[in-house]
Design a protein around this ligand. Structure first.
Ligand code: HEC
Ligand code: HEC
Length: 343
């Protein structure tokens, strides 16, 4: 296994830096078709061809076993494309599916593999519990294979999917029970409890699931749940990519806000009308964090850029619109705490 890795590594160097390395040529290098000039990777987006979401679901699950959620989701999508298209995906330094399976079958604990891109996504960015690695790694893959304007449409849909889906999906549970996933031995073969997290945060997603399922965050069941989530999210990412390239992204996954979030966003959205609530941005489900709406019931504390009190919240929208104070107020807001002593 180690040898295979090393050979791949050397081959990778030969391809990446081409003739420059001829001085240290070995038979392996000689065999690799080294370009004469310095190698430059083609610009993104790289070519895309429709891939089977179910295959990617299984790859994502396998990928998690070695690269966890962030690396696993990224690896799954890139591997499916590499197997189908070849170059340029072949230049990404990452082990093959066969190498992963062989390592798992060997029963050796320690991974012989070098780290791969997006592996830092583990546990919501290196264990920090923020954005779950599965959508993070998938979003990175999407950015490589779709024009960025399209990625900006696809990725929020994936995030919304993550918020509302009850993970692990029925499909994933079914693959586990029927032993259709790739690893020779699973962390758990059970059909696992399902729960939607209404949040893209690892912390919330894992916490809510553990609470519902009764398994500890350090249990093999929780780990297996996250392997299935990784597959589920990577599968959705390619479902969305396939739809985008077929021209039916809108119908494949209409981008909806929950009723409550839509309500909040009539005032709290990225915009220039500070007084109406345009001092936030984003479209996560607001009520996963904000449950205390009492500030809205009391007198408005906000002052305009000109220092005048804008009264009750009911009047705020009107004042904001009429005054049209945008950038001023926002920059004042940014320095809040340094110059206004409020809370
Ligand atoms: C009609 C417009 C409007 C709607 C709808 C609205 N807000 Fe607000 N919200 C405001 C304004 C204006 C403020 C600033 C009030 C202040 O600080 O005096 C505010 C303040 C807040 C604050 C900050 C409170 C504080 O003490 O700093 C939070 C949090 C908040 N809103 C969340 C929400 C959420 C969540 C929703 C949806 C459930 C929502 N808002 C709906 C206009 C609105
Ligand atoms: C992951 C948790 C989370 C989610 C989801 C979330 N917020 Fe917040 N929000 C926060 C935190 C934390 C703060 C900072 C609270 C503070 O300053 O006390 C905040 C602050 C705010 C504020 C006050 C801004 C300020 O600095 O005074 C508003 C308004 C607000 N959020 C609205 C929303 C709206 C609208 C949504 C949905 C589109 C939303 N939030 C989603 C956690 C969240």
């Amino acid at each position: 296994m180690k040898d295979l890795q090393r050979r791949d590594f050397i081959k990778g160097i030969a391809v990446l830096s081409g003739a420059a390395l001829c001085g240290v040529a070995t038979t392996t290098i000689a065999k690799a078709a080294a370009p004469k000039e310095e190698f430059v990777a083609p610009p993104f987006p790289w070519p895309y061809q429709e891939i089977d979401p179910e295959y990617v679901r299984k790859l994502g699950h396998l990928g998690y076993y070695l690269e966890e959620c962030g690396g696993g989701a990224f690896w799954a999508i890139m591997t499916a494309l590499k197997e189908k298209i070849g170059y340029p995906y072949t230049i990404l330094p990452m082990p093959t599916k066969e190498q992963f399976i062989a390592h798992l079958a060997s029963g050796k604990k320690e991974s012989p593999f070098a780290p791969i891109l997006m592996q830092y996504g583990v546990g919501g960015v290196a264990g920090f519990g923020s954005l779950c690695g599965a959508p993070n790694g998938s979003a990175s893959a999407i950015t490589l294979v779709a024009p960025f304007k399209a990625a900006e449409k696809i990725i929020p849909r994936l995030m919304r999917y993550y918020e509302i889906e009850a993970f692990p999906t029925d499909k994933s549970n079914e693959y586990a029970v029927k032993k259709q996933f790739f690893p020779p031995k699973y962390k758990s073969e059970k059909s696992l409890p399902q729960s939607p997290s209404h949040s893209v945060l690892c912390h919330v997603s894992v916490g809510k699931w553990c609470e519902k399922a009764g398994y500890a965050s350090g249990s093999s069941e929780r780990s297996e749940r996250c392997a299935r989530v990784t597959g589920d999210v990577a599968a959705m990412a390619v479902t969305l990519l396939n739809a985008y390239y077929k021209g039916n992204l809108e119908t494949a996954f209409p981008m909806k806000l929950s009723q409550e979030t839509a309500g909040c966003m009539t005032c709290h959205t990225k915009g220039e009308k500070y007084e109406t609530g345009n001092f936030t941005r984003g479209e996560m489900e607001c009520n996963s964090c904000h449950t205390d709406m009492s500030p809205h019931k009391s007198k408005n504390k906000i002052k305009t850029a000109y220092g005048m009190d804008i009264g009750t919240l009911a009047g705020a929208a009107a004042v904001g619109t009429v005054a049209g104070i945008g950038a001023h107020a926002i920059s004042k807001r940014a320095s809040k705490g340094e110059n206004d002593g409020e809370e």
